[in-house]
Structure formats: C-alpha cells, structure tokens
Write a protein that binds this ligand. Structure first.
Ligand code: NAD
Ligand code: TYD
Length: 339
C-alpha cells in the first residue's frame, strides 16, 4: 500500500509513521506536512533514510500543491492527521483552525475522489462529543452520541467529521473516522499538559493548573492510538466512526502530582491559574465498538505510560529544549503571563 500521512511531522503523525514503517515492511509512506510551529523535521530524522519513506513540505489546504502530489503518487490510502491541535490557541485565534482543519480536509477529500483513493481516514477527536459531567462516572462517549463542540478547535474538528460523512454519503468516498481521547508519549509538543508540566518541573518553574484541576481526561499512550488506526485501515468498515481510548481517566491534578513525584520535585510548584474559557469537564471513551469489531484495546496503562514518557523527555532534552525557544517563549508569555 502507498499511504499518505498528513501532519506526520507532529506528535501523533510521527509516531504513526514510525509504527507503520516498523509493522508493515510492504508499505510505502509519503508524509505531507506544512511544518507549522508544531511540526518538526528533526522528529522524523529516524525515518529519513528509509527508502520506503518520503517527506514533502506543503499545506493540506493548498489545492495547487495537493492535487499534483496525488496525481504523481497514486495513493491507496490517506490518513489525515494534519491539524491545528491546541485548544488554547484556538481560543486566541480561531481562523487558522477553520482553514486547516475544515478546508484542508475538504481539499484532501477532493483529491482523494479525483485520484481514486481507496480509503480516506480522518483522525478525529473525542472532543466532538462535548463533555461529560464530573458527577456521572457511569457515562461514557459512544459513537452514536450527537456531535457538539465547546471550543473553536473542537468545532473545527466536528465540522471536518461532518464533511467526511457527507463526502461518503454524497460522493461515495470510502471513509473512516476515528475519535481518540487525549494522547501522551514521545514527541508531544510542550504546549500540551503533560510535556509542559515535565518541562516546567525540570526547570523548577510554576506548574500552571487551570481552574481547580478537577477536569478529567482519558489518557491514551500514543502507540495504542497508532495501532488502533492501523486496525481500522485494515479491517474497519467504510462509513463508520470508531472511538479510541478507554479507562485511563485521571484528573489534571493527579497527572501533575504523578509527574512531580517521579521527578522528585515539590508539590509547592503547583500554581492554580485562571480557568480555560469553556473548559470541558470530563472526557471518557467507551471503546466497546472497536474492541468487539476489531479486537483492539489499550495495552499501556497510564501508570506505566507516564513513567516511560517522563523517561523519554529526560533522555531527549535537546529535542524539546530546541522547541521551547523562539516562538514558544512569546506564546508562553502571552498565554500564562497574566493568567
Ligand atoms: P500536532 O499539533 O502535534 O501536529 C500537527 C501537525 O500538523 C504538525 O506537524 C503541523 O506542522 C501539521 N500541520 C498543521 N497545519 C498543517 C497544514 N495546513 N498542512 C499540513 N500540515 C499541517 O498535533 P497532534 O497532537 O499530533 O494531533 C494530530 C491529529 O490528531 C490532529 O488531527 C488532532 O486533532 C488529532 N487528535 C489529537 C489528540 C491529542 O491528544 N494530541 C487526540 C485526539 C485526536
Ligand atoms: P491539553 O493538553 O491542552 O489537552 P485538551 O485540552 O485537548 O484536553 O489539556 C489537558 C487538560 O489540562 C485540560 O483540562 C486543560 C489542562 N491544562 C492545564 O491545567 N494547564 C495547562 O497549562 C495546560 C496546557 C492544560
């Protein structure tokens, strides 16, 4: 199979590239990535010498770049990771989220139709289900729940999902969608909760916890996510949505305290700051469908995954130190300066 992976220089996309090159020696992968602030070619270094891998710099919303690439390469499968992915940034400036996440998806699907792609897989998020209340631990996200959105980010991802289903019904495009819970693991950009807290703790800087720290996320180790997408590509039913995640719920304060304990840093570094606007309370996935249909379940428990992740950040300081210079410093000052 020849697979286009968009957004492969970002966190999950890069992990997916590594996973697929390793697991499927028969497949070829082309990565299309615009190298925004979140994309990093250094991350893809281990794949660059692989003759079955090729990197192309380009914007998924740029029709003039995307169509010739599809014509030339003749992709069998497209896996669309490319996105603006950070909720806080979407609250500051929604426009680019709509362009990349919605219009970019449209361009990729138009090209997929034109050049006969056999599967278009949209990497979605559980944030399109809105949130669950904190006092109802019996409730979980299932695929038949209505799509709604709290942030411009989740609204853009929800819109993309609706468009994907519309292209399936109207044009017969062979699509699948996965909706995954919060990922963590190697190569995550340090603006997100877990790597941000690791980097700050190592620098003995305050750990900014939004609101009360009681918000709950359902954490999934990134390799489990990659394995689930692979299963969907190979055995998932066209036109279907699959939730990915399950039963690794922690509230933010628990996550932060776990990080501090492993790094031997004091809890006095925890600093409660102003809450995120529209902050979703709880995400929790019911993975019954993907488990029963495709035999997938998460394999890495949070306590093991967080240990491995912290070790990875300790072993790869140059990778994340590079990233948190420059633009990120301005971002950090703007977002956290007066919070
Ligand atoms: P990320 O921000 O780390 O990486 C995004 C990548 O997309 C970067 O390499 C960036 O350069 C690239 N990109 C951005 N705009 C582009 C454009 N216009 N054209 C081409 N490339 C572009 O994001 P991530 O955390 O790896 O998330 C990947 C996907 O998974 C996203 O679609 C996101 O919505 C989804 N997702 C993420 C999580 C999570 O916890 N991180 C959970 C569920 C779903
Ligand atoms: P994040 O990693 O941004 O993922 P998402 O918003 O997509 O779930 O945030 C995870 C949780 O951590 C979320 O409830 C917001 C919270 N959070 C903080 O408390 N402080 C921070 O500095 C960040 C980035 C997030």
């Amino acid at each position: 199979m020849k697979i286009l992976v968009t957004g492969g220089a970002g966190f999950i996309g890069a992990n997916f590239v590594f996973y697929m090159l390793e697991e499927h020696p028969e497949d070829e992968i082309v990565c299309l990535d615009a190298l925004t602030y979140a994309g990093n070619l250094e991350t893809l270094e281990p794949a660059m010498d692989n003759p079955r891998f090729r990197f192309v710099k380009g914007d998924v919303a740029d029709r003039k770049a995307v169509f010739p690439l599809f014509e030339k390469e003749g992709f069998d499968v497209v896996v669309n990771f490319a996105a603006e992915s950070h909720v806080d940034r979407s609250i500051e400036d929604p426009g680019i989220f709509l362009k990349t996440n919605i219009l970019g998806t449209q361009v990729l699907m138009d090209a997929s139709r034109e050049y006969g792609v056999k599967r278009f897989h949209q990497v979605g998020t559980d944030e399109v289900y809105g949130d669950l209340p904190l006092d109802r631990p019996d409730l979980f996200f299932t695929e038949d729940m209505p799509v709604t959105a709290s942030s411009p980010y989740s609204a853009s991802k929800a819109s993309a999902d609706l468009l994907v289903m519309a292209y399936h019904r109207t044009f017969g495009l062979p699509v699948t969608i996965s909706r995954c819970s919060n990922n963590y693991g190697p190569y995550q950009f340090p603006e997100k909760l877990i790597p941000l807290m690791i980097a700050n703790a190592l620098a003995d800087k305050p750990l900014p916890v939004y609101g009360t720290g009681e918000n709950v996320r359902d954490w999934l180790y990134v390799e489990d996510h990659c394995r689930a997408i692979d299963r969907i590509l190979r055995s998932g039913r066209v036109g279907e949505v699959y939730n990915i995640g399950g039963h690794n719920e922690r509230n933010n304060l628990e996550v932060v305290k776990t990080i501090l304990a492993q790094l031997n840093k004091p809890e006095s570094l925890i600093t409660f700051v102003g809450d995120r606007k529209g902050h979703d309370l709880r995400y929790a996935i019911d993975p019954t469908k993907i488990h029963e249909e495709l035999g997938w379940l998460p394999t890495t428990k949070f306590d093991d995954g967080i240990r491995q992740t912290i070790d990875w950040y300790l072993d790869h300081e140059p990778w994340w130190r590079n990233i948190i210079s420059g633009e990120y410093q301005q971002y950090y000052e703007k977002m956290y300066g007066n919070r």
